[in-house]
Design a protein around this ligand. Structure first.
Ligand code: SF4
Length: 360
């Protein structure tokens, strides 16, 4: 495992995941763990950058999300799955990086302006929100990751991480490799209403939805608006239902639907039912694993605790180098242990307790 290149990625603790997450990230993560040494983390501190005012759901959201990770096929024997807030070294490195990161770099990040304009119901004029990419740089660099798998919209964040690494390396000494972007194809699955699938739009199909719920949700999906009557020919290329067929139905079914839609040989009700059946079949193995983990949330938590221990070992090794590079290394404390030249053992934060998040 040690000879493999290291990949790091994370997700905000948003709770149960939907098909958009599966197709846009998780399926790729599952593949990456076969080829790389993967570190995947729950970004619970990142959730605070926008949701600092209401933190109640974060622990439960964390467990639900990791349950979906495991259900989708992430394997704790192959990947390190961990919780950001269990590793206080992320906060230390974030603070140290904040000393060398010019404000202009942060104000230039495209998503900063965009989100401040779009999210009107929260006050995002905070230090934490502006500094979010610095925390992200700390998350990535503390593991000395070689690659960060991202969609194109996230590439500027990784560029900022590279700039922070460069600035640290030139100001002090070379500690950090500059991580490369692993541009991953991020096929998008539309939501039920044809927009991007997103919890905030209420247009999702969750990985854990029961077959009946899937059939019901699919029955409400938007179709080609040109098909007003059953006899109207349709355009599958613009129909969200067809997008799902392409992903989940066998090739011969996709070809048949394509032809039948164009000639009004199939009605949308039947077409949706057919798609729902293939989707339910495709999700069955994931749902079976989800049910097994759902019944044992303690096991999910223990996987995170074990992963956090592994991640912390790596983070601590980096932080020793960082402090040394910055000249922030002090003599051992005075006293018998100090005089004997032995460093007194510092107590480290336990990693086995239930996660808690304190509102700021
Ligand atoms: S027949 Fe199927 S692909 Fe064609 S418009 Fe209706 S739902 Fe969409």
């Amino acid at each position: 495992m040690a000879s493999k290149k290291r990949v790091l990625s994370g997700m905000r603790a948003t709770g149960k995941l939907h098909l958009g997450h599966l197709v846009g990230a998780l399926e790729n993560w599952v593949k990456l763990q076969e080829q790389y040494q993967c570190f995947f983390f729950v970004a619970d501190w990142h959730a605070l950058t926008t949701d600092y005012a209401d933190t109640r759901g974060i622990p439960e959201n964390t467990i639900q999300m990791v349950t979906d990770w495991l259900a989708a096929g992430l394997d704790p024997q192959k990947s390190v799955l961990f919780l950001q807030s269990r590793i206080l070294e992320h906060a230390e490195l974030h603070l140290l990086f904040s000393m060398i990161t010019p404000l202009g770099w942060l104000e230039r990040v495209p998503s900063y302006k965009e989100q401040r304009e779009q999210i009107r119901d929260k006050d995002l004029g905070t230090y934490g929100f502006l500094g979010y990419p610095v925390l992200q740089a700390a998350d990535i660099l503390i593991y000395r990751a070689h690659y960060v798998p991202v969609g194109e919209d996230q590439a500027p964040h990784v560029e900022l991480t590279r700039e922070v690494a460069r600035r640290f390396n030139t100001t002090y000494s070379k500690v950090f490799p500059e991580p490369d972007v692993l541009l991953t194809p991020t096929p998008k699955l539309p939501g039920l209403d044809g927009r991007k699938m997103s919890k905030s739009y209420g247009n999702t199909i969750e990985l854990g939805d029961a077959p009946e719920a899937i059939r019901q949700k699919v029955s409400t999906m938007l179709t080609d608006p040109q098909r007003v009557r059953r006899s109207d020919p349709g355009r599958p290329e613009i129909c969200p239902v067809f997008g799902f067929h392409r992903r989940y139905s066998p090739a011969e079914v996709v070809a048949q639907v394509d032809a039948d839609c164009r000639t009004a040989g199939i009605g949308c009700v039947d077409c949706k039912a057919l798609m729902a059946a293939h989707l339910i079949t495709a999700l069955a193995p994931i749902q079976e694993r989800r049910r097994a983990y759902e019944s044992k949330p303690q096991q999910v938590w223990e996987i995170l605790v074990e992963g956090s221990k592994k991640a912390q070992r790596s983070a601590r090794a980096t932080m020793r180098q960082v402090r040394k590079a910055m000249g922030m290394v002090y003599p051992a404390a005075a006293g018998p242990a100090g005089r004997a030249g032995k460093r007194p053992q510092r107590k480290q934060a336990p990693v086995t307790e239930t996660p808690t998040v304190t509102p700021q």
